[in-house]
Design a binder for this molecule. Structure first.
Ligand code: NAP
Length: 298
């Protein structure tokens, strides 16, 4: 698909509110999911377009799994400039694009579609977005990480941590799933997700990453069984769960004086990377983060 220039947005100032006026030049991007109405991505991306004065709009499309091939044919026919994919489409899209980036190929999941020299590219910005979120908080990629979970987000996080040169131990409730990840990405060790099994390891761990759904609403009193009290004081704790933003795991870590990174960091940074793939412009990360935090606490 030809790459159209980034035309600026036609806007009207009504009081303090900038009113977007889509016209025949407006470029369309969006997210496909099922369900998708809870998505924070439209708020984040549309805030970025408004901030930069770009005549682009980001919409959410509820697309069932059986309709995904039709939706991507529609994307090609309509000249949609880019898409994000969320649950349950990330794995199915691998077979529906023209080419995969090395990250999407290795992780086996696509969260971003963009055009490159007429080819529909399947990319995975979750892994790099996860690393950027940690680095933006001040974490230096090194040493021993303990990753809790072995699902979709764990695949992206493990790929990123190994690429950044960390040693990784995976702890998961279902051991066989952790062993599959270990075989795919070369983690150092696999353990059951149990406090007693993890305790001897903790003094050597520099980063704990929760990639399980434990602690997510509505069960926000839950937290993974990890003995944070046995960590060294300079260790980091990162939770990928972002509803609620301050999970019980993060609250416990903060009470122990540990450094924390919440799940919105990864959400913002994976979105920022997608924004850059589509527009070719640096993403206004702070604007995107402010929009998403504002939407969550509204
Ligand atoms: P997933 O593929 O369904 O994996 C879920 C993981 O949680 C599995 O390891 C599962 O263990 C574990 N788990 C679930 N219930 C458990 C329980 N009661 N006890 C122990 N372990 C349990 O999910 P996902 O896509 O990886 O997402 C995980 C979380 O990350 C979700 O809260 C999601 O919203 C969040 N997330 C955030 C971002 C972001 O940008 N911040 C991105 C992606 C995902 P088993 O293998 O034993 O079933």
């Amino acid at each position: 698909m030809a790459s159209a220039p980034n035309r600026t947005l036609s806007t009207t100032n009504v009081g303090a509110t900038l009113v977007v006026a889509p016209d025949a030049e407006t470029q369309l991007v969006g997210v496909l999911g099922y369900p998708v109405r809870h998505s924070l991505s439209p708020v984040m991306h549309n805030a970025a377009f408004r901030h930069l004065g770009l005549n682009w709009v980001y919409l959410a499309f509820e697309v069932s799994p059986e309709s995904l091939p039709d939706a991507l044919r529609g994307m090609r026919a309509l000249g949609i400039r880019g898409l994000n994919l969320t649950i349950p489409h990330k794995e199915a899209a691998v077979a529906l694009v023209d080419a995969l980036t090395p990250a999407a190929q290795a992780i086996g999941a696509v969260n971003t579609l963009y055009w490159h020299e007429g080819q529909l590219m399947g990319d995975n910005t979750d892994a790099e977005g996860f690393l950027h979120a940690l680095q933006a908080a001040g974490w230096q990629p090194s040493g021993q990480a303990l990753m809790l979970g072995a699902g979709g987000s764990a695949r992206a996080a493990l790929y990123a941590l190994k690429k950044a040169g960390c040693r990784v131990v995976i702890a998961n409730r279902t051991l066989v799933r952790a062993q599959q990840l270990q075989r795919a990405f070369g983690a150092e060790q696999v353990l059951p997700l149990e406090s007693q099994a993890l305790r001897p390891l903790m003094p050597a761990v520099q980063l704990v990453v929760n990639c399980t759904s434990l602690g997510m609403e509505p069960d926000s009193e839950a937290m993974p069984p990890v003995p944070l009290d046995a960590l060294q004081s300079e260790a980091w704790v990162c939770d990928l769960v972002y509803r609620p933003v301050q999970t019980r795991l993060l609250q416990t870590a903060q009470q122990l004086g540990l450094r924390t990174v919440d799940g919105l960091g990864m959400l913002v940074h994976q979105g920022a990377l997608a924004f850059e793939r589509w527009t070719g412009q640096p993403a206004p990360v702070e604007v995107m983060e402010k929009a998403i935090r504002g939407a969550l606490i509204r």
